[in-house]
Design a protein around this ligand. Structure first.
Ligand code: 2IP
Ligand code: CA
Length: 400
């Protein structure tokens, strides 16, 4: 098993602890919100928020990886910058210090002297975390460190994280909003080819204990390198693959309409009407809006839906790299939607897989790393092909 992946799992668990700790104290949480600077702004929201938790998580991931694998820290990229401005206008670079005491001191500057909060945070940051998974130990694999780059989204779905709804009901297992849509995303890619190799999705808020009000999380991972493809959902997914659903799909002799309604998709709440209209003809009732790019991808990974489709350019490399790596380990992938819709059907979608090593030409700020043509995430290539042909047919019908 890759030592790097093992460490990323531990570090994602530590990150999840920080995310949970920050939500427990409402007073502290209010202090943490700061508007994003120009250029770092996600253009979708009028105001976007950067939280201390966000920055802290990213720094913890960087520092912990650097300590175990010297040189790797500087190859970790993410959405957040670690520069913070206090209420008093003082600029602070947030770094993880060698000792808990020093971290407390640094944090208390950002927190305007709030000692209690700083101590609580520093404690989780410096706590040791272990992570075990038997599937993870079953394979021995070594990937040369010098070919790796890492994309981190310390807290995906920041808006849901800040809002903090704990009582949203799921629809067929899918949460349209709420804390369940928050994920920590760590994706490792090959810096020469841009192909995603390892991914970790940590979901810090899965279920809440109604007595203690404490949250339990869940962690998913995948690795795909040369001939090796392993992932954390191995047993349940192989059961799924042999289930009747897919065999029915491939052998179904009923009408096209019935056939196509077998598909299910998860979409952004801000998806375009034309896409939604076409999707409702392809999937019938089985179109589920949900928050969070990471969470929607996770719904595909978990097999709750077949497809995550997004036609806008507001997801970024840090949103897609981790889930893409897991999907690849499962035999699926993530492709550029625009290219898919414009492509020559003779060319396979393999050629259209999203890559992670080159920035968008002519773009500035965060848009350099946007998934410009939108995306489709899928578990089965065959299913993607059929889905695409139905979608294209329906989009064409809408235009005529
Ligand atoms: C966001 C977050 C949003 C998502 C957007 C991402 O990341 O995942 O929820 O929009 O694309 O960039 P949507 O929910 O409409 O898919 P962050 O929360 O980290 O800014
Ligand atoms: Ca994000």
């Amino acid at each position: 098993m890759s030592a790097i992946l093992r460490e990323l799992l531990c570090v994602s668990e530590k990150a999840a602890n920080i995310a949970r700790a920050c939500r427990q104290q409402e007073a502290l949480f209010q202090l943490l919100i700061e508007e994003k600077k120009e250029g770092e702004k996600n253009k979708k929201f009028a105001v976007d928020f950067k939280t201390l938790a966000d920055v802290l998580v990213q720094e913890v991931i960087k520092q912990n990886m650097e300590n175990k694998f010297p040189g790797l820290g500087k190859k970790i990229f993410g959405e957040e910058s670690n520069e913070f401005t206090t209420d008093l206008g003082e600029k602070i670079i947030l770094r993880l210090c060698p000792t808990e005491k020093e971290t407390v001191e640094l944090l208390s500057k950002v927190l305007n002297g709030n000692k209690l909060a700083s101590e609580a945070l520093a404690k989780v940051v410096h706590q040791d975390v272990t992570f075990t998974d038997p599937t993870l130990d079953s394979v021995e694999i070594n990937i040369p460190q010098d070919i790796l780059g890492i994309w981190v989204d310390p807290i995906d779905s920041t808006y849901q994280y800040i809002k903090g709804s704990a009582d949203v009901k799921s629809n067929q297992g899918i949460f349209p909003s709420g804390l369940q849509c928050v994920t920590i995303l760590i994706g490792v890619y090959d810096i020469q080819t841009g192909v995603p190799l390892m991914g970790v999705i940590n979901q810090p808020f899965v279920a809440q204990d109604l007595h203690t009000l404490r949250w339990k999380g869940q962690c998913y991972w995948g690795l795909s390198y040369m001939e090796t493809k392993i992932h954390s959902l191995q047993p349940s997914i192989s059961k799924r693959n042999s289930s009747d659903t897919w065999s029915q799909l491939t052998t179904n002799t009923s009408s096209e309409a019935e056939f196509s309604h077998q598909f299910s998709a998860v979409i952004s709440t801000s998806e375009k009407e034309t896409i939604k209209a076409a999707l409702s003809r392809v999937c019938g009732e089985r179109v589920f809006p949900a928050a969070g790019a990471g969470y929607k991808s996770l719904c595909v990974v978990q097999g709750l839906v077949d497809i995550y489709i997004f036609s806008e350019d507001t997801t970024f490399k840090w949103d897609s790299c981790a889930p893409h790596a897991i999907l690849r380990a499962m035999g699926g992938g993530m492709v550029d939607l625009k290219e898919c819709l414009e492509r020559n059907p003779e060319t396979g979608p393999d050629l259209l897989q999203l890559v992670y090593h080159v920035e968008n030409a002519g773009a500035t700020g965060v848009d350099r790393w946007a998934n410009r043509g939108g995306l489709i995430a899928y578990r089965s290539r065959k299913q993607l092909e059929t889905f695409l042909s139905h979608l294209m047919q329906n989009l064409a019908d809408t235009h005529t």
